[in-house]
Design a protein around this ligand. Structure first.
Ligand code: SAM
Length: 394
């Protein structure tokens, strides 16, 4: 058996002025969860595949006279399998424990955290909240990926708890693969732009569904002369995100509470409109409208760049079934539907020229501060995510 690389300890998570204070027990909880997730992904998950190949698929074939053809057929065949049930139940428990660990950490110091954020936010022109913005149903109807209260719920005045909890736990959930500051997607996009399109110098950048700004901060840093606007409907995320960015010295980034479906900027206002892991948390009603808005807001020659997980088309039904786990077990209601869309057709329907559509993979940027060369064994904890990107030039 090869030597397993362990995920980096949570003690190395990137800290800033509004990051919650923590002690030994917090680190131990998050480290347990990162290692449990790693065990489930690299040790138990292959055994679930063996159960499928040796037990579940042959039984399906004996009954149906053919192999399962869709992820839905695989799922229905797998739900009764004891190894799948064990893996799935542990994954779900791990998601719930991650929320308990993050919320426990944040809620016990909520008053001083709110105060710290208030000091950084008060009077800043780079935070624009609008209480009249209605949180859409696709955000408010479920506790997305088991986050109690979702992104938008406020427990106290000027609340930032949802943002602080999100920021604190994602490093453990991803085993550090997004880097210390959980900004691997934005880093990857910035690097791709510089390498593949060195002459593209966006003057105005818009990021949709920014949450706490993890992936828009690297864009603001990569294009310091650009005016960068990050929108989200969830006020606690924006308050926290602005305070975080400010304490990290980023000052060309405006956090704005607005619905991405309809923004009050003129046609052609932006050169680059980015999203990171946004569309799978939209809805069948909202996504086409928002894509039309992206098309309207982009200048000629501008770029729509969207980081997501791979679409299911042409994928082995078993792999698609595993990737679909979140839709059925982790409160991701739009995940399954979104990953089977024909994105090229959707972009064309939104107004983009079909010939300017692209899909590609974008290599993540390895954060050497948590993955020093010596600990890389080239497997399992891959050190950086490989991103799927779709988009179009206008
Ligand atoms: C998965 S998170 C995106 C993660 C984030 N882009 C990042 O890089 O870390 C989805 C976010 O989209 C926001 N959202 C969903 N629908 C929206 C809409 N129509 N307009 C603005 N924000 C929206 C949610 O409030 C949530 O913060």
């Amino acid at each position: 058996m090869s030597q397993q690389a362990l995920p980096p300890s949570w003690q190395h998570v990137g800290r800033h002025d509004v990051f919650p204070s923590s002690g030994h027990d917090d680190t131990a909880r998050f480290d347990f969860l990162a290692n449990l997730n790693g065990y489930l992904a690299t040790r138990l998950s292959p055994k679930v595949r063996v159960a499928y190949d040796k037990r579940v698929k042959p039984a399906f074939e004996a009954a149906q006279g053919r192999a399962p053809e869709t992820r839905h057929e695989v799922r229905k065949a797998m739900v009764g399998d004891p190894i799948y049930q064990t893996w799935s139940a542990l994954r779900r428990s791990s998601m719930e424990m991650r929320q308990q660990a993050g919320r426990g950490l944040v809620l016990r110091q909520l008053a001083p955290l709110v105060e710290k954020a208030r000091e950084l936010n008060e009077g800043s022109p780079n935070l624009q909240l609008d209480p009249s913005v209605k949180v859409p149903r696709h955000v408010s109807a479920v506790d997305i990926h088991c986050m109690p209260g979702g992104y938008h719920t406020e427990l106290v005045k000027d609340d930032i708890s949802a943002g602080a909890n999100y920021d604190a736990g994602i490093f453990a959930t991803t085993g550090g693969m997004l880097g210390r500051f959980n900004d691997g997607g934005g880093q990857a996009l910035a690097q791709w732009l510089k390498q593949e399109h060195p002459d593209f110098k966006p003057r105005r950048i818009l990021d949709l569904g920014c949450t706490v700004g993890h992936n828009v901060v690297p864009l603001a840093q990569a294009f310091p002369d650009a005016e960068v606007i990050a929108v989200d409907v969830s006020a606690p995320m924006l308050r926290y995100g602005h305070a975080r960015a400010r304490s990290m010295g980023v000052d060309n980034l405006l956090f704005r509470q607005a619905d991405a479906e309809s923004l009050d900027y003129p046609d052609g206002h932006f050169d680059l409109i980015s999203t990171a892991m946004f569309w799978h948390e939209s809805s069948a009603r909202s996504m086409p409208r928002t894509l039309q808005e992206v098309h309207r807001l982009l200048a000629d020659g501008g770029l729509s760049a969207n980081l997501e997980q791979p679409q299911y088309h042409g994928m082995d039904p078993y792999e698609a079934f595993v990737r679909d786990w979140d839709a059925y077990n982790n409160n991701e209601p739009f995940w399954s539907v979104m990953h089977e869309y024909d994105l090229r057709a959707m972009m064309a329907a939104a107004g983009f020229d079909d010939s300017r559509y692209f899909e590609t993979t974008v290599a993540g940027v390895v954060d050497r501060s948590i993955f020093p060369e010596a600990s890389n064994d080239g497997e399992d904890y891959g050190r950086a995510a490989l991103w799927t990107m779709f988009g179009a030039w206008k």
